[in-house]
Design a protein around this ligand. Structure first.
Ligand code: FE
Length: 335
């Protein structure tokens, strides 16, 4: 028995000696709204390079947020990857993320695309642009988001529904620029111009334009890219709005380290790698997005949609003014 005891003690001691430094691990857990299909190749590349395994759990944002809240200190999750600054702001407010101090992340990711309190960082960019029928609209006829409320677009505008976080974030950013009164006026004018009730998705907006139910709409660029990939002769084109004013609204997909991560250093190292030149194209190109790191060029097929000026307002506004945006859209009868 004594011998067994000493043997056990030696084993425990050996175990302690080979244990990695505090917070380090050869495996960590990611909760993600970004699908396995999009993240798979990236995680594989990281594991090949570092021998660190990544356990990926994907679900809807609301589900993952609820899970993080109820799991609390017992969560296995180290990193939350999701889309839209509005949702990342929600996660921050719910207290499930921690502030990260990383010089690499600060260097690689522009300030406008990361949380001022450092709870989340953008990893890729998507623009919310105007899409138009190349058969019935000339680009010279377009200018700004606001101008889609002009009389000439009566019965010709198509939008996705106001419960989409993409529209809530766009309206929040417009409120920051114009104030509520002016923003409400032109959101009401959009509603007056609608050719059809808002659609559940951006893709349906474009399909409706192709079906001649309307002529112009507002969509995230990668949905346009997906449609174009299926049909290279698509009779649609993107227009970059607000180039003479505040710039085209862009949003991010991004990530934050969970508040109760058991391996925060490992998760931060992974985030730093994601923001590096090495990984940025792997992350962005697969979803036809733009790299967030300005030193990295977009995939040629994405760059081919044209160069544009992006809004430089900090995306935290999308969260701060989200409730105001939702209320404003309701007042304007934007369904
Ligand atoms: Fe999307």
């Amino acid at each position: 028995m004594k011998q067994l005891h000493s043997l056990l003690s030696i084993l425990v001691l050996l175990g302690l000696m080979i244990l990695p430094p505090n917070g380090w691990a050869d495996e960590f857990v990611v909760y993600s709204t970004r699908s396995e299909q999009l993240l798979g190749p990236l995680l594989e590349a990281y594991t090949n390079e570092t021998d660190i395994k990544i356990d990926l759990i994907t679900d809807k944002f609301e589900t993952l947020l609820h899970r993080l809240k109820t799991e609390g200190k017992n969560t296995r999750a180290d990193l939350l990857i999701t889309v839209d600054a509005g949702d990342l702001w929600h996660a921050t407010r719910a207290g499930v993320l921690q502030s990260i101090n990383s010089t690499t992340l600060k260097e690689n990711i522009p300030k406008a695309y990361s949380d001022p309190s450092l709870h989340w960082f953008g990893l890729s960019l998507r623009a919310r642009a105007i899409v138009y029928s190349t058969e019935r609209v000339k680009p010279e006829e377009l200018s700004t988001y606001e101008a889609l409320g002009r009389l000439k677009w009566r019965g010709r505008l198509l939008l996705s529904t106001s419960d989409k976080i993409y529209n809530q974030s766009l309206v929040a950013m417009l409120i920051a620029e114009h104030g509520e009164t002016i923003t409400e006026k032109f959101i009401s004018s959009w509603v007056a111009n609608l050719a059809k009730e808002p659609f559940p998705t951006d893709t349906m907006v474009m399909e409706a334009i192709l079906a001649k139910q309307g002529d112009v709409g507002i969509v995230n660029t990668y949905y346009f890219g997906r449609l174009l990939k299926k049909n290279p002769n698509l009779k649609l084109a993107l227009y970059w709005p607000n180039q003479e004013t505040g710039g085209c609204h862009v949003n991010i997909s991004g990530a934050g380290v969970t508040r109760y991560s058991k391996h925060p250093q490992v998760a931060i190292k992974f985030l730093e790698w994601l923001s590096s030149s090495k990984a940025q194209n792997l992350f962005a190109d697969v979803n036809m997005e733009y790299p967030v790191n300005p030193k990295v060029a977009a995939h040629p097929s994405v760059a081919g949609w044209g160069v544009f000026k992006a809004s430089q307002q900090n995306l935290v506004i999308a969260g701060l003014l989200q409730d105001a945006a939702i209320r404003l859209m309701a007042r304007a009868d934007y369904l």
